[in-house]
Design a protein around this ligand. Structure first.
Ligand SMILES: Nc1ncnc2c1ncn2[C@@H]1O[C@H](COP(=O)(O)OP(=O)(O)OP(=O)(O)O)[C@@H](O)[C@H]1O
Length: 268
């Protein structure tokens, strides 16, 4: 059984059908990318799975538990973490405190220890801080950890958001357009980071428009169009599927446009 099983999800906004019977899976430790043209339903799918949207119908099962319609906090508690298209960090907190906040899911202080500042309280605080530093090392953060997170450049903020998500010790991590806005060097580091996250046994699901990156790191690619899955398979198979090429370009295309679209999907 897969770690994540999404079955027949439907979601509408007014008259807009964002998801129209979407099904897909993510296996234990697998790297899966969700791709598709703008408006295909990728972010809506992420939001339904992580509890930010409640689907009209359909089922989301995580590790065989039906989590459909549960709150984001309840789903996170089970081992699902995510990042957002635009980093959602606590701007008025330090870099370190943002990542420390990620540990609260598995490390809880007892109220009596907090109030009395017992030795146990200090030990736990030290552990939380050590963990946060460890994850900031892991993501390769270069900026000042004591300074406010909003003072960091964009690429560094994205790293902090991933560090915070990892501090929750997820079994499945959703990354929403992790390469957006990164320069060439940062992109290369992102590929390495995704591989290291995967190597520690965490499954990853990505939304990404950078097809080169998608084809390079995904074990499986799920293609969406109009809220449905139109292809699902290893990158080499998906990029030569005529329906995928059509979806990226529209139906009335000439040969030169098709050749260009094939290049985009290959990640040339
Ligand atoms: N909060 C919302 N209110 C109204 N319509 C929405 C909302 N969120 C998404 N939609 C609509 O649902 C459809 C799917 O959008 P979604 O953002 O999930 O697509 P996407 O594949 O993530 O697109 P992109 O690649 O542009 O981010 C689109 O038609 C979009 O306009």
């Amino acid at each position: 059984m897969s770690l994540l099983e999404v079955e027949d999800l439907r979601l509408t906004f007014g008259g807009v059908r964002a998801l129209d019977g979407l099904s897909f899976t993510v296996g234990h430790g697998e790297i899966v990318s969700l791709i598709g043209p703008n408006g295909a339903g990728k972010t809506s799918a992420f939001n339904c799975v992580t509890g930010f949207y409640r689907p009209d119908s359909g089922t989301v099962r995580f590790d065989a538990v039906d989590v459909t319609g549960r709150s984001p906090a309840a789903i996170a508690q089970l081992g699902v973490s995510r990042t957002f298209q635009n980093p959602r960090l606590f701007g008025e907190l330090s870099v370190l405190d943002n990542v420390r906040a990620g540990t609260h899911l598995w490390l809880r202080q007892r109220m009596v220890d907090v109030l009395l500042h017992t030795p146990r309280y200090h030990r736990t605080e030290q552990r939380v801080t050590d963990e946060a530093h460890m994850w900031l090392d892991f993501v390769g953060l270069r900026g000042d950890r004591a300074g406010l997170v909003r003072h960091l450049p964009y690429g560094e903020q994205r790293r902090v958001e991933i560090a915070r998500a990892l501090a929750r010790r997820p079994r499945l991590l959703f990354l929403d357009e992790p390469a957006a806005g990164l320069n060439h060097g940062e992109r290369t580091e992102l590929v390495d980071l995704i591989r290291r996250i995967s190597a520690q046994g965490t499954a990853l699901a990505l939304i990404e428009h950078d097809m080169g990156l998608v084809m390079e790191i995904s074990q499986r690619v799920v293609v969406l169009d109009f809220g449905r899955r139109i292809a699902d398979g290893p990158p080499a198979q998906v990029r030569s599927t005529p329906r995928v090429i059509e979806a990226y370009l529209g139906r009335d295309t000439d040969d030169s446009e098709l050749a260009a679209a094939r290049g985009v999907i290959r990640g040339d």
